[in-house]
Design a protein around this ligand. Structure first.
Ligand SMILES: *Cc1c(COP(=O)(O)O)cnc(C)c1O
Length: 360
C-alpha cells in the first residue's frame, strides 16, 4: 500500500514498531517524563513563547477545535471566521452549537483572504479570529502574516487550526502573536489518529482559567492542571502519545522543524514539477498552495472520484478524494508522512499508465 492521503498517513518503521508493543500503564513518572518531552518539543516546533502550554487531548482534531473554542470564547465575544471550505464550516458549526456570535469572511474560491477583505472589518470591535491555516479540503494556504498583522492592529485574539500545516509550512507562533494553535496526530505528525494538540500562549492559558466553560471531558483547566505533572485528566491514547514522542524526536535529531518543513516543501515541489514535465492532464485551482497537499482537477472532465477508485483498486495507491460538490471535480495528493521522491515516481507512473488506458 502506498498512501498519499492527508491523514492517516504513512508512519516511519520506528513509529510502527511502537504500535506493535503492549501499551504501558501511564500514571507513572516514566510516562510523565515522556509527556514533558512531548510538550517541550511541540512548543519548540511551533516556535511558541517560553510560557506557552500544550494540552494533549484524546480525540481527533475536531475535539481540540471544539475544546479551544469553548474554553476561550463566550457568548460575549464576536469572532471572525475565514470561511473557505469544509474545515471552516466545522468551526462555524461549533460556534452555532455554543451560541458564540460570529461573522464570516469569505475568500474567493482557491484564494487566500485579501487585505481589502480584512480592511472592511478593521476597528469594528471583533474579539477573536478563527482560521484553518491550510484549508485542507481545497489545498489553500492563507496568508498568515496578513491575518496576524490585522489581529495585532485590532487587538484580536487569533486562534489557528494548523492541523494540516504544522510541520509542513513555516510558522512562528510567538512572532505571529497566535494565541492558540491546534494540530492532530494523523497529519504531518505521522502517527495514528486519536490525539489532538492545543498549544496555548500565556495569554490564552489565563483566559482558559478565567472562563467558565460548560464541558467536562473538554475542560482545558483540567488538562492544564494535570499537565503540570505530565499527566492528563483521563486515560489518554497512551500508545499514540508514545508514538508521537518517537516522531518528535526523529524530527529533532533530523535537524529540527525548519528542516522538516523544507523536506515536505521539496517533496511537494518535486511532485508538482513531475506533473508538468509529463504533461499530465490536471489543473491546479489553488493560487496559494500549501506544502502538505496538491489539489488536482482532471482537465478532461473525467470524474476525480473514479480516478481515486481506480488507483485504489487496481494500483494499491491511495490518494485523497474530495466530498460534496467537489467529489467529481477534485482529488488531492498529500506530501506528508513517511514518503520519498521515489514514492511519487510510482504515483506518476500510475497516472501515465491510466492516461494510456484513457482513464484520465
Ligand atoms: C484533518 C483536519 C482537521 C481535523 O479533522 P479530524 O477528522 O477531526 O481529525 C481539522 N482541520 C483541518 C484543517 C484538517 O486538515
Amino acid at each position: 500500500m502506498l498512501n498519499f492521503t492527508v491523514g492517516p498517513v504513512m508512519f516511519s518503521d520506528e513509529v510502527r514498531a511502537i504500535g506493535a508493543e503492549q501499551v504501558p500503564y501511564f500514571r507513572t513518572p516514566e510516562f510523565s517524563k515522556i509527556m514533558f518531552e512531548n510538550e517541550q518539543l511541540v512548543k519548540k516546533f511551533a516556535k511558541a513563547e517560553a510560557d506557552a502550554r500544550v494540552c494533549f487531548m484524546t480525540g481527533s482534531g475536531t475535539a481540540s477545535m471544539e475544546a479551544a473554542v469553548i474554553n476561550i470564547f463566550t457568548k460575549k465575544d464576536n469572532v471572525l471566521v475565514i470561511d473557505g471550505g469544509s474545515f471552516s464550516h466545522r468551526f462555524v458549526e461549533i460556534l452555532e452549537i455554543h451560541e458564540i456570535p460570529y461573522t464570516l469572511i469569505k475568500p474567493e474560491f482557491g484564494c487566500s483572504v485579501t487585505e481589502n477583505q480584512l480592511g472592511s472589518f478593521e476597528g469594528k470591535g471583533y474579539t477573536g479570529l478563527l482560521v484553518n491555516l491550510n484549508e485542507t479540503s481545497i489545498g489553500v494556504l492563507y496568508d498568515i502574516k496578513l491575518i496576524s498583522d490585522f489581529c495585532k492592529r485590532n487587538n484580536i485574539f487569533l486562534m489557528v487550526d494548523s492541523i494540516s500545516s504544522f510541520l509542513c509550512d513555516p510558522f512562528d507562533m510567538a512572532e505571529l502573536d497566535v494565541q492558540v494553535m491546534i494540530t492532530g496526530s494523523q497529519k504531518a505528525l505521522a502517527c495514528p489518529p486519536g490525539i489532538s494538540l492545543i498549544v496555548l500562549s500565556e495569554k490564552a492559558v489565563e483566559r482558559v482559567y478565567s472562563n467558565k466553560s460548560k464541558t467536562m471531558y473538554l475542560d482545558l483547566k483540567r488538562a492544564l492542571k494535570d499537565g503540570e505533572r505530565g499527566q492528563t485528566p483521563f486515560t489518554p491514547a497512551v500508545g499514540t502519545l508514545l508514538q508521537i514522542n518517537q516522531r518528535l524526536k526523529e524530527i529533532a535529531t533530523g535537524g529540527g522543524v525548519d528542516k522538516e518543513v523544507a523536506r515536505v516543501g521539496n517533496l511537494a515541489g518535486y511532485f508538482r514539477r513531475k506533473i508538468k514535465e509529463h504533461n499530465l492532464p490536471f489543473e491546479i485551482i489553488s493560487k496559494t498552495l500549501p506544502n502538505s497537499v496538491t489539489p488536482l482537477s482532471p482537465a478532461s472532465g473525467k470524474s476525480a472520484y473514479d480516478i481515486f477508485t481506480v488507483l485504489k483498486d487496481e494500483y494499491q495507491i491511495w490518494i485523497c478524494p474530495n466530498g460534496g460538490s467537489l467529489k467529481d471535480k477534485m482529488f488531492r495528493v498529500g506530501h506528508i508522512g513517511s514518503l520519498e521522491e521515489m514514492d511519487f515516481d510510482v504515483l506518476i507512473s500510475a497516472f501515465q499508465d491510466m492516461q494510456k488506458r484513457g482513464l484520465l
